[in-house]
Write a protein that binds this ligand. Structure first.
Ligand code: NAD
Length: 519
């Protein structure tokens, strides 16, 4: 059955075989509170990466439809801005309840469109849900400041006001979490929003929008338009859009950052990564190995916080053997199958790209100690599977090291000292996250101080901060200056207004043309 959103709800394998017989539904846009079919003739197939079945088709939204979405957001803004903050918070409170109710449905949609395991898909929803929970306290987060009597009879206070229409552009790898990094914070602050989900897996955004509507978000406060480059360029150029949140690759992110900034917009742009773990000889072996395996191969390496490179200080042989043993034991299968550790990668093109980077590593002298390229998954022979792969003897001039692989490929390097290991990590252009595994407080402290990465883990593999902090990627992993969610997220979606007021009973002091001072 196709829902009003233009999404398939597949609940049993009998349903799944039935859907092959019918034309996949077209995903709708959400404009002014209505889920509407696009008039565009151009559609992109949303493909289940485990089976190659077409799940739905995404329209390349027309200019007129895009304009209508922005107009709806612009029209909804004055009333939403003036809606009491307690009411806006209550919509978020209801939304978090509804997301919990529909957690399994959302996760199944994510696994169907994106490929990750059901358990991992639930984590995707849950990490987004936490941002909604945080947005329930927006009154406190958005609070201004007040200083009484800055001068005789004069008080100054600041107010954080919403910007107007904001927009979000999403990647494929977290279909629920990343839209939820964006619109709940923006709308709880009093903005209205235009969301452009990834064209590869738009389903979770549509379901979240339906839940937001059910939670009482007024028409026009959240709008959704689908498409690719053209619609993104429209978002960058539109004068009515005041701010853009982007998460995705560096190519798209830097293009959007510069194009939108040229139009005077504020942009927060979270981009690619190459996250390193430094493993000290004194690290606790079992916990470290498990952490490396989980963060290296979880979500088939398609996380911006995946640990894709380990730098072993003082010898790596025993680590290599154990890592390989544990990686070999991982189960590669469709994300819907029980017991699966890794699902497929997003597309055939992504698989080809990953395999080419592995091959280039070997050609450049890397030693392959586990090769997942030839894997065939029984029952899912057409799936885009790549098994866990480990390349050792990596040097920093290799293409597989310089490029973000975004697949289940773990690179191993060696260093003679902690200083050398830190130098390797700091020489990499990306700065999303870095971890150290050690039982030495002194080594951990030195690492924390000297490492040039936005998110630092100490015996923690994927330090994705909870929403009361912010997601603080740095260097080439981020452009802009106000990060996603947390205090910075609220600052990003609000403009400070500083008010100075004077109320005095005394008569005026006469005219003075000198610069006012408090003396
Ligand atoms: P992507 O850049 O291909 O796509 C992201 C969005 O940008 C999509 O909505 C897409 O339609 C649009 N887009 C793509 N190319 C464009 C172009 N040339 N012009 C205008 N718009 C364009 O990214 P992806 O493959 O969906 O996601 C994977 C990337 O996202 C990886 O690099 C990963 O590291 C990064 N990522 C970063 C974070 C983070 O927080 N730093 C989080 C998740 C993913």
């Amino acid at each position: 059955p196709a829902s009003s959103l233009g999404l398939l709800h597949i609940s049993t394998s009998a349903d799944a075989s039935m859907v092959r017989e019918i034309l996949p539904p077209s995903v709708r846009n959400l404009i002014g509170g209505e889920f509407v079919e696009s008039k565009s003739k151009d559609r992109i197939d949303v493909i289940n990466p485990a089976t190659q079945e077409v799940v739905s088709r995404v329209p390349l939204t027309t200019n007129e439809e895009f304009k209508a979405a922005v107009s709806a957001a612009k029209e909804a803004f004055p009333q939403w801005k003036n809606t009491p903050i307690t009411t806006r918070q209550r919509v978020m409170l209801k939304l978090q309840e509804l997301i919990r109710r529909d957690m399994d449905k959302l996760a199944l949609n994510i696994t169907t469109e994106q490929g990750k395991t059901l358990k991992d898909a639930q984590g995707d929803v849950f990490r987004g849900l936490e941002v909604v929970e945080h947005a329930c306290g927006m009154a406190t987060l958005q609070m201004g400041e007040y200083v009484s009597n800055v001068s005789n009879g004069i008080d100054t206070y600041s107010i954080r006001e919403p910007l107007g229409v904001c927009a979000g552009i999403c990647p494929f790898n977290f279909p629920a979490m990343i839209p939820l990094w964006m619109f709940p914070v923006a709308v709880a602050c009093g903005n209205t929003f235009v969301l452009k989900p990834s064209e590869k897996d738009p389903g979770a955004s549509m379901m979240l929008a339906e839940l937001a509507k059910e939670a009482g978000l007024p028409n026009g406060v959240l709008n959704i338009v689908h498409g690719t480059n053209d619609i993104v360029n429209n978002i960058c150029d539109d004068d009515d859009i005041k701010a853009i949140s982007f998460v995705g690759s560096n190519t798209a992110g830097m293009h959007i950052y510069s194009r939108a900034a040229a139009k005077g917009k504020r942009v927060q742009s979270n981009m690619g990564a190459k996250n390193h773990a430094i493993v000290m000889p004194d690290a606790c072996p079992d916990a470290t190995l498990n952490a490396l395996i989980a963060a290296g191969f979880g979500a088939a390496g398609q996380r911006c916080m995946a640990l894709s490179t380990a730098v072993f200080v003082g010898g790596s042989k025993s680590w290599e053997d154990e890592l390989t043993k544990r990686a070999k034991a991982l189960k590669v299968n469709a994300g819907t199958e029980p017991g699966t550790d890794l699902g497929p990668v997003i597309s055939k093109q992504a698989k080809d790209r990953i395999c080419k980077l592995i091959q280039s590593g070997i050609a450049n002298g890397a030693r392959i100690i586990l090769d997942g390229r030839g894997i065939v998954v029984p029952g899912y022979e057409d799936g885009n599977f790549v098994g866990p792969t480990i390349l050792a003897d990596i040097t920093n001039d290799m293409e597989c090291y310089k490029e973000e692989i975004f697949g289940p490929v773990f690179l191993l390097m060696k260093a003679d000292s902690l200083d050398e290991a830190i130098h390797i990590v700091n020489s990499n252009k990306y700065g999303n996250g870095a971890s150290i595994f050690t039982t030495s407080g002194a080594a951990a402290r030195k690492f924390q101080i000297e490492i040039e990465a936005g998110q630092v883990g100490i015996n923690v593999p994927i330090p994705v901060p909870l929403p009361f902090f912010s997601f603080t990627g740095s260097k080439a992993s981020f452009a802009g200056d106000l990060n996603f969610y947390g205090k910075a997220g609220v600052q990003f979606y609000t403009q400070l207004k500083t008010v100075t007021q004077q109320w005095k009973d005394e008569p005026g002091q006469g005219i003075s043309l000198a610069m006012p001072t408090s003396h």
